[in-house]
Ligand binder design. Sequence first.
Ligand code: NAD
Ligand code: GLY
Length: 371
Amino acid sequence: MPTPQSQSISPPTTQLRIDLAERGYDILIGCGLLDHADAVACGVASSEALIVTNVTVAPLYAERLQRVLARHHARVHTIALPDGEAHKDWATLNLVFDRLLSDGFDRKTVLYALGGGVIGDMTGFAAACYMRGVAYVQVPTTLLAQVDSSVGGKTAINHPAGKNMIGAFYQPLRVIADLDTLDTLPDREISAGLAEVIKYGPIADDEFLWWIEQHIDALRSRDKTALAYAVKRSCEIKAWVVGKDERESGLRAILNFGHTFGHAIEAGLGFGTWLHGEAVGCGMAMAADLSARCGLIEPAYAQRITRLIERAGLPTRGPKLGAARYLELMRVDKKSEAGQIRFVLIDAPGHASLHRADDALVTEVIEARSV
Ligand code: NAD
Ligand code: GLY
């Protein structure tokens, strides 16, 4: 594994805005941002900070972040949680509360989420709850977190019965996506992140789907210019969706393309068996297939999406849990209404919306696409 890079400078920093009135904030995307205190802590008026990270990311980046934050906060501590989706639970969340309380952190404390989506989701939820709400900053260090989970204020932990079932909408103060942190990410995690990048094409921007097809190899080999564009375009699309529908009363559901099948795979196999991005990649192949079987898109478009998922190094066939088990798991989904599953389906290239689908068609997809 290569060592962390510390210098920046090309490509330049991009600044995007999430437009949510008084809850609005900036996303900074660039290289070397972790070493710039003003970028990380600017505008945060607090003497106390707690960096929440995990045992894998802490040795790579926590000391650097702590040093930078010490220029803005009188007291900066770090807590390193156990690593992995299997620890995105109450017991691990409580470790954060235990630490905040035992070290006497007050309600002006700022939490810094340094890590992937698991750390970001848990830190955001801890921030939403501690003393009825403290501020937090997202410092995403996985591709998946930079293109998706750090943006938009969805925070949560898992319940054994279902993914992200306990949580809150709670926006961060800002998002700092330092592309250099991706240098230390395992290849498998780059592929997992690409699932959420690919997602934005069929749901919102067919030109972006075409761009990803042209650059998939560059993205897998971590070309910084390609990664910078993929993170920027993904965040622009996510910012646009969240700005229109912060609490998912409608449009925001499209960001869950592939997630209904994907969450069933994650819960059915046990959280952490497949990576979230792998389950979403496979889920998107299933949802594309379902879109075609429902007559919403040409089969060729579904095949095009599936081929790109494969080229990203992701599975396109799910585990053989059995159709009945998939259906049971998919009913425990936040998009379900009165026990009826609703799927995000592609209804035109670059456009998606929520649909009900016959169990018989869903069963066909599961049987055709599980091994
Ligand atoms: P993750 O947080 O488990 O990180 C993946 C792995 O990479 C972990 O082992 C982590 O320790 C390691 N890691 C992180 N940064 C590293 C780095 N720079 N170098 C080396 N190793 C590093 O997984 P993820 O894919 O980032 O996130 C998945 C989670 O995000 C899921 O729980 C999912 O539900 C959630 N999610 C949330 C949203 C949202 O809107 N809130 C959106 C998508 C996904
Ligand atoms: N990743 C889904 C959402 O943010 O809504």
